[in-house]
Design a binder for this molecule. Structure first.
Ligand code: GSH
Length: 115
């Protein structure tokens, strides 16, 4: 059995590193990576195999085989809509209250750009 490919994209800002379970060619994964790049976050990409039955690590982490899955500390998110909303709220300028899906976090947005 081959190990998942792990790549670390480090923007040099240090600090937070999140993990992204990813499949090459997956448009939902691309959206999440674009958002991570836009926010300037360091992130580790864990490439999952194309076959569901071989996605043992992402199933163990998230309880299901689909990607993208984002892991930020103890938080695991398994849908790109939730992930994008979380990233915007946690690391970006945030979403207006009441917008976006129900979220499992209740922290105030953190703005890294001082905005
Ligand atoms: N998160 C999306 C679905 C995500 C999704 O379908 N991801 C694809 C990759 S783009 C996947 O993992 N599909 C399983 C497969 O194609 O084997 C949703 O819940 O609507």
């Amino acid at each position: 059995m081959t190990s998942p490919l792990c790549l670390v994209y480090d923007d040099g800002h240090g600090g937070v590193t999140v993990k992204l379970y990813h499949l090459e060619g997956c448009p939902y994964c691309r959206l999440v990576r674009d958002k991570l790049d836009e926010l300037g976050l360091s992130y580790e990409v864990i490439e999952v195999p194309p076959e569901h039955h071989r996605r043992t690590e992402v199933i163990k982490v998230s309880g299901q085989p689909l990607v993208p899955v984002l892991v930020d500390g103890d938080l695991v998110l398994d849908d790109e809509e939730k992930i994008l909303a979380y990233l915007a709220q946690r690391y970006g300028r945030g979403l207006p209250r009441g917008e976006g899906p129900d979220t499992p976090w209740d922290e105030e947005p953190v703005c890294l750009d001082g905005g």
